[in-house]
Design a protein around this ligand. Structure first.
Ligand SMILES: *Cc1c(COP(=O)(O)O)cnc(C)c1O
Length: 422
């Protein structure tokens, strides 16, 4: 249930009791114990870099010492390294409603995006327009702009809510609608099935960026009829810094999709060492070159956490956490307006509030052991990572925010100096 904005605010003690009860009864309450986080830290940034799963250091040590150190080149066969991009891709696919054989893991989200923009335009020759959200994550827009220069496309900006109107007016020119399900700033979700259908109604394709969705929403790519999708592995999936990202190509496009980066791993017969390129006849054609194997296998191990977790249950946990966070923010810091909707059903895995001193707020929170992040120009973004965050973390984080504001710590000049990574 969305919190009722008119109800009497719950006291800090009441919020703590509520959090304790949710943490005691929520069906996936055992998940946080599968991760290592520093004692006492309230980590609300798992949507930037997810926490370390407890068993991953040993799994990575095995990859390095035994598979690399002893197996050496034989591990490409003996440990199934060559097939890992598809095998791990299927494990990620299960979390986003993709039947096996439609996802590969291997390059960064940025690289996969570029592959998809060009591939989509090539699937719709004669159509020159790509519709994209002007408030999308910058890398998405930067790469689209380069693809547009290469292929002489027009990028037409539209917020997700305005896409149907734009398609009604100019649909016949549109090759691709490229959107993120979850707004990386405000957490607001858009309707993937409806917008995918709207794109198809105009004869266009739909590309979904699910960087902030996988592990947080119940997005179902096959059911929505999506054409292409990409997503990150180091956010809610906790695959580790630089974990290779993933790309989805619906089965029906796999024999016709023509990505621009045609490396030997995407070849129909890579070890024929044939100088002429012949693309693999399935999703392998989205592979490029040798992937970062240590990171890929760390991600593979990190995904073990989800083996006994129903994706719909993970979404329910995420919604429960996000709902409590919204309620605590409204009750405890009502002067900071929510940047997105208040209904957790309309949110992904983070919530943002606005403050003119947002940067100072985030620094002062960090000094109190609460890690959130700042998004320019005025957002304090608090991430909920369903497997690792507890309800208690959220209440303690919001109470710390109250304390920061009451003590004026957010306007302390010591918290005004910007680091490289904000
Ligand atoms: C995190 C994120 C990315 C990151 O791209 P990298 O290539 O991993 O740096 C891209 N797009 C969106 C929407 C993101 O949230």
């Amino acid at each position: 249930m969305p919190p009722d904005a008119t109800a009497t605010p719950t006291s800090p003690a009441g919020l703590r009791r509520l959090a304790a009860s949710l943490d005691e009864h929520e069906p996936l309450r055992h998940l946080p114990s599968r991760y290592l986080l520093p004692e006492g830290l309230v980590y609300l940034d798992g949507n930037s870099l997810g926490a370390l799963p407890r068993h991953v250091p040993d799994a990575v040590a095995d990859v390095v010492r035994r598979q690399w150190g002893e197996g050496l080149v034989a591990s490409w066969n003996d440990e199934g390294w060559w097939q890992a991009p598809q095998r791990v891709g299927d494990r990620v696919g299960r979390l986003v409603g993709a039947a096996p054989g439609q996802v590969v893991v291997g390059d960064s989200t940025s690289v996969h995006l570029f592959q998809c923009y060009v591939a989509a335009a090539r699937l719709r020759p004669g159509r020159r327009v790509v519709v994209a959200d002007p408030d999308a994550f910058p890398t998405d827009l930067h790469l689209l702009s380069s693809a547009a220069r290469l292929l002489d496309l027009d990028v037409v900006p539209a917020r997700p809510a305005d896409v149907p109107t734009l398609l009604a007016a100019r649909g016949a020119e549109v090759a691709l609608v490229a959107l993120s399900e979850v707004d990386y700033r405000t957490g607001e979700r858009c309707d993937v099935p409806a917008l995918t259908s709207a794109a198809h109604g105009a004869g266009a394709l739909a590309l979904w960026d699910l960087a902030h969705s996988v592990g947080a929403t119940d997005v179902d790519l096959d059911a929505a009829g999506a054409d292409l999708a990409v997503g990150c592995s180091y956010k809610h999936l906790c695959g580790g810094p630089g974990a290779p990202a993933w790309v989805y190509v619906a089965s029906r496009h796999q024999r016709s999709v023509d990505p621009p980066l045609t490396g030997w791993h995407g070849h129909a017969d890579p070890f024929a060492m044939d100088g002429r390129y012949e693309a693999a006849d399935d999703v392998r054609r989205m592979r490029i070159g040798t992937p970062p194997m240590v990171s890929l296998l760390a991600l593979d191990a990190a995904l073990d956490v989800f083996d006994d977790v129903e994706p719909s249950r993970l979404r329910e946990r995420s919604t429960s956490l996000v709902g409590l966070l919204v309620r605590a923010l409204r009750d405890v810091v009502p002067e900071l307006p929510l940047a997105g909707p208040g209904d957790p059903a309309l949110l992904g895995g983070h919530v943002a509030v606005r403050s003119p001193d947002a940067y100072g707020v985030v620094r002062a929170l960090a000094a109190r052991g609460v890690v959130g992040d700042f998004r320019a120009p005025d957002l304090v973004r608090l991430g909920v990572c369903a497997p690792t965050t507890t309800h208690a973390d959220l209440v303690e984080g919001v109470l710390a925010l109250r304390a920061v504001l009451d003590a004026g710590e957010h306007v302390d000049p010591a918290h005004a100096v910007r680091s490289t990574v904000t």
